[in-house]
Ligand binder design. Structure first.
Ligand code: ADP
Ligand code: MG
Length: 820
């Protein structure tokens, strides 16, 4: 690198470019390959699982190198980005065939996790956001779909991030956050978030009109996107719209995690609510359903209109089936449009957009809104766009676009002429060949073409003497001579130039078509959004029929500070994920909790407490996303917030969870909880010693029913707490039914009123397969403990501890049974 003088001109060029992109892997285009050199090669080869070689094994040049074919870069690029690397793509900027000296090269695109090469390498179920914030706003941009929006989230310090903004980041899970240097250095909160962080300090001020009013954070994203991918990215990018947070139910990161809304505890799609209820047929529909779950509504009116549309489809199952078949043919319009905005897009991208638009046109009559103006006009415009594509491109598009051949005849008269010339060329050559054979009497005479000499007439040596004088020698081979004639020379020029002109003209027509489509991008996306809604609603309808869900009845809505009816009653409630995943039959339960009251659940492990509580929360979430719910009947209030907290030791799979984290979250919850909050607390206080934990659990519960007046589901293994029901009429004890068969127990999964009367710790352990001798010994020890406690209680040393609780003492960790 230092001694450039000794380098070949090619490597000199490489270093000139590489030096400007030291933080990235440089893909250096050479012929049909993108090559990587030096450290780039050493880093990338193992990730891509390709061989690391040397540039020239024979000479002293031992530059490490690896490469991938230019036409299949999408997947390898995806791997490098997933490994947290950035990639700069360096292309040949001139035609290597005509270039003099070394081909001019330059970086054409830079890729990062948020700025991908090919959206098709991403999961079609998730958006791919890049985010940025300032002290007033937080903005999101998805370069793969053109979706752009921002929220107002004011903070005092310019480099700090607001709590609301962090919540949004957690909710929307951007692939990348773009930070200024100051923000990167000062945002301690961000440190904990595991998003890919890029530092970027520039801010362009001159933007096309539709971006001029975008906030600073949005403009920073636009600047970043154009620097990374070139200005053309703007053409598929929508205006930044402002989104309101007020109209949505608030869901903390923990709630999403504990309810396993988008991912299971294991971090998998399977086992999540989304996976269990997603029946959409299009990628855009799947992403829309996801956003409905991310931002559940508070408006009874809108929710009821969603339910109505779901209900309508349930009444016409055969039509629904046909609709879903049609939707299955619709591609990803949003992502296809952004692909079309790339200069290297393929004609087939336009054709698949056309196919999707046609499916959309087919289903549009089913959407009442689209049959009325102004939408009706937009649908007509879509028809025009589809026709324009159809009229311009041939049906059977070639895979390789290099030699044209994709534009129809009839589009332009001058192109038609060139097409016929370039296609007739072959015929004219054959005619010439026949004529020359006849004239010379050489039957083996051939007219052929090669890249170096162009067209020629080849005559084998045995017929050399029959060659006429006007043949000019071009090349001599061992057993043949190659000639050119004036006629062939003229024909060659005509054919070659017509081919070249044809390719150029086809490219021009294609560009005009692309520009036309992109100029209609906003309109296409607006109508496509309606198609996606139809997809989601018909999918929810299908789901409701398939899984026997019911339409929720939403209670009286809260208006102007007045509380609505907050009572909850679910008859025959099921857990939508567990019932699909467990092999045994799921036992439905009816749950009734009045506003401000608490269902206090006790009972042994594995009895179904957590499942029951979560299914109530999941049911509320589904209802407010606009879906039917897994139950026989459901009367639900509209919740402004769902809060769930799972005790530290109950979520061991999370690994990181500590008592401190648990208490922090609980503190936040208690600050925010109110009458329109649904609270699910599962084994809080488990992460500390028994008496600490028990005392905290009790105090928290008291606060919830006395002050916050939230609707609460509370599961605990501290049986002592069940006594609270005596003091607070809002607290109702309940437990999950267990059947005893002598020494054995069987879980019934039925919700029963009253506290559990036993903890069944030893029976559960037996069920888990603990050796018989251990189980028997434990039973003996338990009896001894019980007797001791009785004796002490009789002597007045142990106060209020009742008979039920003594059973549980055995389950406590050793050393913690000392009284305070
Ligand atoms: P707990 O919180 O009381 O320890 P869980 O709610 O974790 O119990 O339930 C344990 C297991 O029991 C679940 O993983 C599920 O397989 C099963 N289960 C829970 N509820 C039901 C039900 N209503 N019907 C059938 N199986 C259930
Ligand atoms: Mg549990």
């Amino acid at each position: 690198m230092s001694d450039t003088a000794k380098l070949t001109p090619l490597m000199q060029q490489f270093w000139e470019i590489k030096n400007q992109h030291l933080d990235k892997i440089l893909f250096f285009r050479m012929g049909d390959f993108y090559e990587m050199f030096h450290d780039d090669a050493k880093i990338a080869a193992p990730i891509l699982n390709i061989a690391l070689t040397s540039r020239n094994k024979k000479s002293a040049d031992d530059t490490p190198m690896c490469g991938i074919p230019y036409h299949s870069v999408a997947a390898p690029l995806g791997k490098l980005l997933a490994a947290g690397l950035k990639v700069a793509i360096c292309d040949q900027l001139e035609d290597p065939d005509t270039a003099k000296g070394i081909v001019k090269r330059g970086v054409t695109r830079i890729l990062s996790p948020g700025m991908v090469y090919d959206p098709e390498t991403l999961s079609e179920l998730s958006a791919n956001f890049v985010a940025a914030f300032d002290n007033k706003t937080i903005s999101f941009l998805d370069a793969t779909t053109g979706e752009c929006f921002y929220y107002e989230t004011t903070t005092e310090k310019s480099d700090a991030i607001s709590k609301k903004a962090i919540e949004l980041l957690v909710l929307l899970q951007p692939s990348e956050i773009v930070l200024t240097k100051e923000q990167k250095e000062s945002s301690e909160h961000l440190g904990k978030l595991t998003f890919y962080k890029s530092e970027f300090n520039d801010l362009e001020e001159n933007w096309p009109e539709r971006f001029q009013n975008a906030p600073v954070s949005a403009k920073r994203l636009l600047t970043y996107a154009t620097r990374m991918q070139g200005v053309h990215v703007l053409s598929a990018m929508q205006e930044f719209t402002r989104r309101e947070l007020g109209g949505n139910m608030s869901l903390g990161a923990n709630t999403l995690k504990h309810l396993e809304v988008f991912q299971s505890y294991r971090g998998e799609d399977r086992g999540s609510l989304f996976y269990a209820i997603n029946r959409t047929k299009t990628s855009a529909g799947a992403r829309l359903l996801k956003s409905w779950l991310q931002f559940p509504l508070l408006s009874k009116e809108i929710l009821n209109s969603r339910y109505e549309r779901i209900e309508k489809w349930m009444g016409k199952p055969s039509e629904l089936k046909i609709l879903r078949q049609a939707l299955g043919q619709m591609g990803d319009i949003e992502r296809r449009l952004t692909k079309i905005s790339y200069s290297n897009c393929h004609v087939r991208d336009l054709m698949s957009l056309m196919n999707s638009l046609q499916v959309g046109l087919q289903i549009s009559p089913l959407i009442p809104e689209l049959n009325e103006n102004p939408h009706n006009k937009k649908v007509q415009q879509i028809e025009k766009i589809a026709n324009q594509i159809l009229k311009t491109l041939i049906d059977d598009l070639p895979l390789n676009m290099k030699s044209g051949g994709y534009i129809r005849t009839g589009v332009r008269a001058d192109l038609d002429e060139l097409i016929s010339l370039s296609e007739n060329g072959q015929k004219l050559l054959l005619e010439l060949e026949a004529r020359e054979k006849e004239a010379t009497g050489i039957s083996s005479l051939k007219v052929r073409y090669n890249n170096v000499f162009g067209y020629y007439i080849e005559v084998t040596n045995s017929h050399k003497d029959k060659v006429p004088d006007h043949y000019k020698r071009k090349q001599t081979l061992a057993n043949a001579e190659r000639y050119i004639t004036q006629e062939l020379d003229e024909l060659e020029r005509k054919i070659l130039s017509s081919r070249e002109k044809r390719v150029q003209l086809e490219e021009l027509v294609l560009k005009e078509l692309r520009d036309f489509i992109l100029s209609q991008g906003t309109l296409i996306l607006e109508v496509a959004q309606k198609w996606s809604e139809l997809d989601v609603l018909s999918a929810l309808s299908w789901l409701a029929m398939e899984q026997r869900y019911v339409r929720p009845r939403l209670s009286h809505q809260a208006v102007n500070g007045q509380n609505g009816d907050m009572n909850l009653y679910i008859e025959g409630s099921r857990h939508p994920v567990v019932e699909q995943e467990v092999k045994k039959t799921f036992v439905p339960n009816s749950i009734s909790i009045r506003g401000g009251e608490c269902l206090l659940l006790t009972g042994p492990n594995m009895a179904g407490k957590s499942t029951l509580m979560r299914q109530v929360a999941v049911t509320a979430l589904m209802a407010q996303a606009g879906s039917f719910v897994p139950a026989k009947a459901a009367d639900l209030p509209i919740f402004e917030q769902i809060f769930t907290r799972i005790g530290a030791s109950d979520s061991l799979s999370e690994g990181l969870s500590t008592f401190m984290v648990e208490m922090k979250e609980t503190a936040e919850m208690l600050q925010g909880a109110g009458e329109r909050t649904l609270v699910v607390l599962d084994e809080v206080g488990r992460g500390t010693s028994t008496y600490d934990g028990m005392s905290l659990a009790q105090a928290i519960l008291e606060y919830l029913v006395e002050s916050a007046k939230s609707l609460t589901l509370f599961a605990t293994h501290y049986h002592e707490i069940t006594d609270l029901a005596k003091k607070h009429t809002q607290i109702h004890n309940a437990h999950m039914g267990v059947q005893e068969h002598g020494q054995d127990i069987q879980f019934l999964y039925t919700l029963k009123s009253g506290p559990a009367n036993k903890s069944y710790g030893i029976q559960v352990a037996k069920l888990a397969g603990l050796p018989d001798t251990v189980v028997k010994r434990a039973a003996v020890l338990l009896r001894e403990h019980e007797e001791q406690v009785h004796a002490r209680a009789d002597a007045g040393a142990f106060g209020r501890v009742g008979a039920q609780n003594q059973m549980d003492l055995f389950a406590l960790p050793q050393g913690e049974i000392e009284p305070l």
